[in-house]
Design a binder for this molecule. Structure first.
Ligand SMILES: *[C@@H]1O[C@H](CO)[C@@H](O)[C@H](O)[C@H]1NC(C)=O
Ligand SMILES: *[C@@H]1O[C@H](CO)[C@@H](O)[C@H](O)[C@H]1NC(C)=O
Ligand SMILES: *[C@@H]1O[C@H](CO)[C@@H](O)[C@H](O)[C@H]1NC(C)=O
Ligand SMILES: *[C@@H]1O[C@H](CO)[C@@H](O)[C@H](O)[C@H]1NC(C)=O
Ligand SMILES: *[C@@H]1O[C@H](CO)[C@@H](O)[C@H](O)[C@H]1NC(C)=O
Ligand SMILES: *[C@@H]1O[C@H](CO)[C@@H](O)[C@H](O)[C@H]1NC(C)=O
Ligand SMILES: *[C@@H]1O[C@H](CO)[C@@H](O)[C@H](O)[C@H]1NC(C)=O
Ligand SMILES: *[C@@H]1O[C@H](CO)[C@@H](O)[C@H](O)[C@H]1NC(C)=O
Ligand SMILES: *[C@@H]1O[C@H](CO)[C@@H](O)[C@H](O)[C@H]1NC(C)=O
Ligand SMILES: *[C@@H]1O[C@H](CO)[C@@H](O)[C@H](O)[C@H]1NC(C)=O
Length: 301
């Protein structure tokens, strides 16, 4: 059966549910933001493990799940614990939204276990084989790098008139539809609109209410979108933006350097309204301004 599926899907990269078939203009549309619901397997990974599996910084994973920036990323997750992974969703050469990451095969790995345990079923064996030109599913070598495609969609970050992020979710055996609708605040009609023709597939799109920034259009984070209850760290670690379900509230990040000029990590960015500088009593007035995005050199206020 595997061989037949493999031959059937070897040509262009096909993701395993039509719900993720979002077209885009290759080379024109920039990557957009999406989420994966990552369910921890019996391998009990740590946040640091997940960070390297998806090439997403630990801080971004902590933020999306409303964990404190000082939480220990080497603590193990319990089996079945589900985290939101914020991922970039690119426009692939075939004109469809998709994402991918790289996995270095560990000794003793086999494809079934990579797809289902390490990546929590977000990718199938057939998709890994197709993305890497693997013909013999038993022949993979430790140390070899695999491209791991993952499903994603952005849909304009809007749903039913609200700002939203869309998340790929692997439905678990025995999970009730009603429980799923409830946890994602969806009616059946909305679910069907998000997932037309979902019948065989175990992979669905769900919607997370989010806050979308409306920063200066020339800012690198002009489209920053944060799921409700979480936050994002932006401007190279200088600024934290929280989403309360309605709008973003951006302030200096607790992990940003605490001094008057607030030079930020690995960059020449400075927080604040620099035309004012120090106030007359020798203190700083720099945190009073509204954050409006950043570019390579400057934070807009
Ligand atoms: C994906 O969408 C494109 C056009 O938008 C269509 O041609 C193609 O058949 C669709 N593929 C699937 C698997 O639905
Ligand atoms: C997670 O990371 C730790 C330490 O880096 C490593 O020893 C362990 O094998 C990793 N676990 C998984 C499931 O990848
Ligand atoms: C993987 O993603 C990158 C962009 O992040 C893209 O340029 C590349 O074509 C993708 N590779 C595959 C095999 O889809
Ligand atoms: C695999 O990828 C890692 C980083 O993603 C890189 O350091 C390593 O050299 C690659 N290995 C091979 C065999 O290409
Ligand atoms: C569902 O709605 C509640 C209350 O409005 C909100 O707190 C929660 O974050 C929402 N869940 C999702 C997944 O959007
Ligand atoms: C946006 O930033 C640019 C600098 O890149 C600036 O010239 C422009 O005035 C800003 N626009 C607004 C509305 O602040
Ligand atoms: C923000 O989104 C708009 C339209 O959705 C797009 O044209 C623009 O390129 C995006 N900006 C960035 C920095 O990705
Ligand atoms: C503030 O911190 C930055 C970066 O850590 C440093 O370069 C700068 O000298 C500091 N400024 C003051 C006034 O301490
Ligand atoms: C000047 O800065 C100090 C220290 O940050 C602050 O306590 C004081 O309120 C500021 N004064 C004005 C007028 O902003
Ligand atoms: C930034 O500084 C200028 C000049 O001192 C001042 O007019 C302006 O109101 C400040 N903007 C904000 C948002 O604090």
């Amino acid at each position: 059966i595997l061989i037949v599926l493999l031959l059937g899907s070897i040509a262009p990269l096909q993701l395993h549910a039509a719900s993720f078939n979002e077209s885009c203009r290759a080379t024109v549309d920039p990557p957009c933001q999406a989420l994966l619901a990552y369910r921890s397997s019996s391998l009990s990974p740590t946040i640091a493990n997940i960070s390297s599996l998806f090439s997403i910084p630990v801080q971004a994973i902590l933020a999306a799940n409303a964990f404190s920036p000082s939480d220990d990323p080497s603590a193990r997750l319990s089996t079945g614990e589900t985290l939101r992974i914020p991922v970039p969703c690119s426009c692939a050469a075939n004109g469809q939204r998709s994402g991918n990451t790289t996995y270095t095969i560990a000794p003793g790995d086999f494809l079934f276990q990579i797809a289902n345990n390490r990546y929590g079923g977000l990718v199938t064996i057939e998709e890994i084989a197709a993305a890497n030109g693997i013909v013999d599913l038993d022949k993979i070598l430790a140390g070899q790098n695999l491209t791991i495609p993952y499903p994603c969609s952005c849909r304009g970050n809007s749903f039913g008139g609200r700002d939203a992020l869309f998340m790929a979710y692997v439905v678990q055996d025995g999970e009730s539809r009603e429980g799923f609708y409830r946890s994602y605040n969806l009616s059946q009609e909305e679910f069907d609109r998000l997932n037309p023709s979902v019948n065989l597939d175990d992979l669905v799109v769900c919607m997370c209410v989010a806050c979308r920034a409306r920063f200066n259009r020339s800012a690198l984070d002009s489209n920053l979108t944060v799921a409700s209850g979480g936050y994002a760290i932006t401007a190279n670690g200088c600024v934290q933006c929280n989403c309360d379900g309605t709008e973003l509230h951006c302030t200096r990040a607790p992990t940003a350097p605490r001094n008057c000029s607030l030079g930020c990590r690995n960059s020449r960015l400075q927080i604040g309204n620099f035309s004012t500088g120090a106030n007359s009593s020798g203190g700083c007035t720099i945190e009073s301004c509204l954050y409006d995005g950043y570019n390579n050199r400057q934070i807009f206020t």
